[in-house]
Design a protein around this ligand. Structure first.
Ligand code: NAP
Length: 342
């Protein structure tokens, strides 16, 4: 009889209408055959990445992808250690990054895994600055934002994973950087730790007129590059302040994910501002830049090693907490990258 390895899985079971939580998942224990095929690797998960795209894929409609199927383990990025290997590239104990989702042990083909060197960089950076969020921030800003020295860059969701990297990459590009985030502590972090020139606490400016005044004060010459992670009212306000030939980078719309993707709210018409300022707007998607990962790492990894670029990690303890952790993204519970430790 084949020996079995026990694994726990969070099965995505019910589509959320609003905020996602435990009630949309089933926690099950199942078994994996201990015998793996040639070319396969079995890993034990140590770190789970919790990302807003997971909530996008829970929309009923197609987005940039088809909806996440019900009845399977939640997909997602993982860092783990090899416990069995039939691929010569991986030895037992090696650290790897893959996309094996919310399960404590998993089997993957070796081609779908990246071996990590913990002496080069902490392994969690594979889920953050040297992983998907880093790729999004780097290529989104540099290729679509095209920042130039002296320009004003406004970043929404600025204290999150992607946003806090865009702030730092914008500073390296010589921009005057203004971050928008929720709460005084996050705004202080943006200025004191990351070096942003100004920070706007959108929660302290509940109405659009007050937020508009704050953006005008922070950006007296208008906004040359707007890197948008959140959408909604914040974006309505910033786009009305764009400068001539501004570039608007649409990276995310997290303010709309808890239900708004299926039933979008009616916002103000923004296209006139694009016309007046001869501006351009571009949506960007991390997966389009996956083949250029090494290019990003060659530039960014030395900055990380030298401590010139940082990505704070908010760590939630325990596999059991994964659904709540995902729901907490829309509450702004995280500073920097949100991770769950197995
Ligand atoms: P994150 O910013 O680390 O976490 C989400 C943050 O969004 C929260 O901490 C919260 O910060 C803010 N937020 C939540 N609800 C909000 C609301 N209603 N209004 C304003 N801010 C709100 O997550 P991330 O991984 O870096 O992702 C940021 C954005 O980029 C998301 O929209 C995501 O979908 C997008 N993204 C896109 C790609 C791509 O390929 N295009 C790849 C990665 C991420 P506050 O406390 O400041 O509110």
């Amino acid at each position: 009889m084949t020996a079995l390895i026990e694994t726990r899985q969070w099965i995505y079971a019910r589509r959320p209408a609003g905020r996602v939580g435990r009630e949309h998942y089933d926690l099950v224990t199942t078994s994996l055959p201990a015998d793996i095929a040639q070319g396969e690797v079995m890993l034990e998960a140590r770190w789970f990445s919790v990302d807003p795209y997971m909530r996008i894929q829970q929309a009923e409609r197609d987005t940039y992808d088809v909806p996440h199927p019900l009845g399977i383990a939640q997909r997602g990025g993982v860092v783990g250690q090899v416990i069995r290997s039939r691929d010569a590239r991986f030895a037992i104990g090696d650290w790897v990054a893959g996309y094996t989702g919310w399960q404590t042990s998993a089997v993957a083909h070796g081609d779908a895994l990246t071996r990590l060197d913990p002496d080069e960089a902490p392994v969690t950076t594979a889920l953050g600055v040297l992983g998907m969020p880093g790729r999004t921030a780097w290529f989104g800003l540099m290729e679509a934002g095209k920042p130039k020295p002296g320009e004003t860059l406004v970043v929404s969701g600025a204290a999150g994973a992607v946003g806090s990297l865009v702030v730092q990459f914008g500073l390296k590009a010589g921009c005057r950087v203004v971050g928008i985030a929720g709460g005084e502590a996050k705004c202080r972090y943006l200025i004191e730790r990351l070096g942003a020139h100004a920070a706007i606490d959108y929660k302290a400016h509940r109405d659009v007129t007050a937020l508009t005044a704050a953006v005008r004060i922070a950006c007296p010459r208008g906004v040359d590059v707007y890197f948008d992670n959140v959408g909604g009212d914040i974006t309505d306000v910033v786009i009305a302040q764009i400068a001539r030939r501004a570039r608007v980078v649409i990276c995310g719309q997290i303010s709309q994910y808890d239900g708004g993707l299926d039933v979008p709210p009616q916002g103000p018409r923004l296209l006139a501002h694009m016309l007046y300022q001869r501006a351009s707007i571009q949506g960007i998607l991390a997966r389009d830049y996956t083949p250029r990962m090494d290019e990003m790492r060659r530039i960014v990894a030395p900055w990380v090693k030298a401590g010139e670029v940082v990505l704070h990690e908010t760590i939630v303890e325990g596999f059991e907490q994964l659904p709540e952790a995902l729901g907490s993204l829309s509450q702004g519970a995280n500073l920097g990258k949100l991770l769950v430790r197995a």
